[in-house]
Design a binder for this molecule. Structure first.
Ligand code: ADP
Ligand code: ASP
Ligand code: MG
Length: 437
């Protein structure tokens, strides 16, 4: 069994959907995980925001606009009248459902139901297209097997049990289509795996089924050595280890959802990144083995806040750090980077939902300073710590920037550097010069 995930751009038009159908022609067992068509989830977020602010007329206008785009997709995707009709009925039912929210009270529950419509529509339209092409397939509702717990973490046992049960209903079938991103929460409500979550769905499915391979099909030929949105002359990397890829995804490489590598790593299922527009390109293979030495790639994560706790009197006492970390634990706020000195500790967070409460609690242990608008730049490679000269190169290339924190030695394959977000683009470009030396 292989799991193939196609992102928003890959299913972004009727033409692209037709191309995807060609890419999946095979006799192997496959689960196809689809994202919403590109731009749709952003529009759904906008619709939800309008409904929250009770701008129901504007929301209705946007719903109608989006429906018109989908009417065009239906017109171009199907050839036979009965399929065009079925496609139109399908989108009408989803858009009428969305319209029903413009009359009621709007809460987070309704918002999540709206956000799920993009994947529900794309997967249903695609599966109907396969039907028109006489390609046998089954539409598996992700809401029947994908579930998160109260902490928003996937419930792996539930996913495995329920996905296997769904698949066992179709022992003769080879091709399954399902939705990325969407899931249910512990209360059975519609929820999601956060933006970009279709990668995570693919990896959770691949791990649950112990798949042969997870393929992430997107709009670029593999994992690049630097962020192509900010740096020119980046190039795809042939091989990455799970740890290297996990580190890069977590620290901002948008090509993969931050949490999507771990399930594949734990199940030891290789992940292949491929370009839907250039399927002949080799892409990147992520597996348990790494090849190549030295610095392999750089990624950057924005929206970081530094919290510095200064406490000359208590700092060296046993248990001080534990007390500090317990505050973050109580407010379910993960820490990304830590540096300590004799009198102070600085930590970074990206979730500032409870910043006020955290700051108040930390104040009992010392003076607290906050710096926002920071960016973590993560340099990843094989044995970076054991190889002489790597850190010198990194620091040399960043000598014109103010470095706020450095994390070195935490793992063998990662050096993290905190800079002001305004310096990010230039810092990434400076670091890119290391690859050509
Ligand atoms: P999809 O819709 O297929 O999930 P995404 O937009 O989420 O696609 O991810 C692909 C994009 O990630 C690329 O177009 C590229 O701009 C961006 N990206 C950021 N960092 C990297 C990187 N290191 N390698 C490749 N792409 C990257
Ligand atoms: N459609 C969702 C998003 O745009 C999930 C995904 O594309 O991976 O975030
Ligand atoms: Mg994505």
């Amino acid at each position: 069994m292989k799991v193939l995930k196609f992102g928003g751009t890959s299913v972004g038009s009727s033409e692209r959907m037709k191309e995807v159908a060609k890419l999946i022609l095979s006799n192997e067992k496959q689960i196809i995980v689809l994202s919403a068509m590109s731009g749709t989830t952003n529009s759904l977020v906008q619709i939800a925001q309008l409904l929250y602010s009770k701008k129901n007329d504007e929301a209705n206008k946007l719903i109608t606009q989006l429906q018109e785009n989908y009417s065009d997709v239906v017109k171009n995707l199907y050839t036979k009248t009965e399929f065009v009709q079925e496609g139109n009925e399908l989108i009408t039912s989803h858009f009428d459902y969305m319209r029903s929210f413009t009359q009621d009270i709007f809460t987070a529950h309704e918002e999540r139901a709206i956000l799920a419509q993009g994947e529900l529509i794309s997967s249903a339209l695609f599966q109907l297209y396969l039907e028109e092409q006489k390609i046998k397939s089954v539409l598996l509702p992700a809401l029947n097997f994908m579930r998160i717990d109260t902490n928003g973490e996937p419930d792996n046992y539930y996913i495995k049990e329920n996905l296997s049960r769904e698949l066992n209903n179709y022992p003769e079938e080879n091709l399954f289509v399902t939705q990325g991103y969407i899931c249910r929460n512990l209360y059975g409500e519609i929820d999601n795996l956060k933006r970009g979550g279709s990668d995570y769905t693919a990896s959770l499915i691949g791990a649950a089924l112990n798949a042969e391979e997870i393929q992430i099909w997107t709009d670029i030929s593999g994992f690049h050595n630097n962020d192509p949105r900010y740096v020119e002359n980046t190039h795809p990397i042939e091989r990455l280890s799970f740890d290297e890829a996990a580190e890069l995804a977590y620290f901002g490489a948008k090509i993969l959802h931050p949490s999507s590598v771990l399930p594949a790593k734990l199940a030891n299922v290789p992940v292949r990144l491929k370009n839907t527009m250039k399927p002949e390109d080799p892409g990147t293979l992520i597996s348990g083995n790494s090849i190549g030495e030295g610095i392999k790639a750089v990624a950057a994560k924005d929206g970081i806040t530094v919290i510095k706790i200064k406490s000359g009197r208590m700092f060296l006492a046993y248990g001080f750090l534990r007390k500090v970390f317990e505050v973050f634990e109580r407010f379910k706020t993960p820490i990304d980077m830590i540096t300590t000195s004799e009198v102070a500790v600085s930590v970074t967070i990206d979730n500032t939902k409870c910043l006020k409460e955290i700051t108040e609690e930390l104040s009992q242990y010392g003076s607290v300073e906050i710096d926002s608008n920071q960016t973590i730049i993560c340099v990843v490679g094989e044995n970076l710590i054991e190889r002489k000269g790597i850190i010198d190169k990194v620091l040399e290339s960043l000598k014109h920037f103010n470095i706020r924190m450095i994390s070195y030695g935490g793992s063998k394959h990662n050096i993290s550097i905190l800079v002001n977000s305004k310096d990010k683009r230039e810092a990434l470009n400076s670091l890119n010069e290391i690859f050509s030396t």
